[in-house]
Design a protein around this ligand. Sequence first.
Ligand code: FES
Ligand code: FES
Length: 163
Amino acid sequence: MSTDPYLLRVNGTDHRVGDGRPGESLLWVLRERLGFHGSKNACEEGECGSCTVLLDGQTVCSCLVLAESATGCEITTIEGVADDEGLSDVQQAFIDTGAVQCGFCTPGLIVSIGALLDSNPDPDDLTVREAISGNLCRCTGYGRILEAVNVAAAGRRNEGSAA
Ligand code: FES
Ligand code: FES
């Protein structure tokens, strides 16, 4: 049985989901039906954060969101973080600090950190750690990731003071 067709607005563009199945997660539909493979599928239980996207600006684990329920929301995936002018400041900071560790945790971390800095451009260390507490790295550690946050945050502060 298929669902009725529905629309998902992803990174500013409407996408028609025409042959969905009831109960499909937003992560599944993004990856397998719409071709947004940047959000990763690691646990499908809301435990790892590799599937993090923004729903109307709020971070969610897309593996826990019913795809149809996201109709009418602005969905931002890692593919929507960069713009025509280039990488986001957080993406660039990850490169500059060597924080790009693997393709599973990095997309979700960048989405979460971007959302944090949008709401709080000068977070203290505890706030940063809380903001990324749902994004698990199982292998290397968080030192360079925290450094990347500091670099991106410093860049925003400098921009703010120059404006
Ligand atoms: S795949 Fe969604 S939290 Fe792990
Ligand atoms: S899970 Fe990505 S570097 Fe550890």
